[in-house]
Design a protein around this ligand. Structure first.
Ligand code: 5GP
Ligand code: ZN
Length: 110
C-alpha cells in the first residue's frame, strides 16, 4: 500500500470527488478548509515538494491547471499557495497547490 496519502487519492485508491482532473493533475476539496473554497491541486505523479520538482513543463501545467480549476469553481479572485518545507507549513510531502477563495484575503500571510 502506498504510504503517500495524496498518491492514494490521485490513483483513486481513496475515493475522492475531483473538482478538476486532467492527464497530469487532479484537484479536490481540502479536508480542513481555510476559506469558503479551498481546493488542493496535485500532480498525479509523486513529487515531494516544490523544491524537488525539477519538471518545468509539469510545473507550468500545474499553474495553468490551477487557473482552470479556479474558473471551474467560479472564482475570479483567489490565492494560490505552495507551502514548501515544514517551517513554511508543509505537512503533506506530495506537491500540492492550495487554491483559496470566497473571502477577502489578508496580507502578509501568517
Ligand atoms: P500543507 O500543510 O502540506 O501545505 O497542506 C496539506 C493540506 O492537506 C492541509 O490543508 C490538510 O488539511 C490537507 N489534507 C491532509 N490530509 C488530507 C486528506 O486526506 N484529504 C484531503 N482532502 N485533504 C487533506
Ligand atoms: Zn505522493
Amino acid at each position: 500500500m502506498d504510504p503517500c496519502i495524496f498518491c492514494r487519492i490521485a490513483s483513486g485508491e481513496l475515493k475522492t470527488d475531483f473538482v478538476y482532473a486532467d492527464e497530469f493533475a487532479v484537484a479536490f476539496r481540502d479536508i480542513q478548509p481555510q476559506a469558503p473554497l479551498h481546493v488542493l491541486l496535485i500532480p498525479r505523479t509523486h513529487v515531494a515538494s516544490l523544491a524537488e520538482a525539477g519538471d518545468e513543463p509539469l510545473l507550468g501545467h500545474l499553474l495553468a491547471a490551477a487557473a482552470r480549476t479556479a474558473a471551474t469553481l467560479g472564482l475570479t479572485d483567489y490565492r494560490v499557495v505552495i507551502n514548501t518545507g515544514p517551517q513554511a507549513g508543509q505537512s503533506v510531502f506530495h506537491l500540492h497547490l492550495h487554491i483559496l477563495g470566497g473571502r477577502t484575503m489578508a496580507w502578509p500571510p501568517g
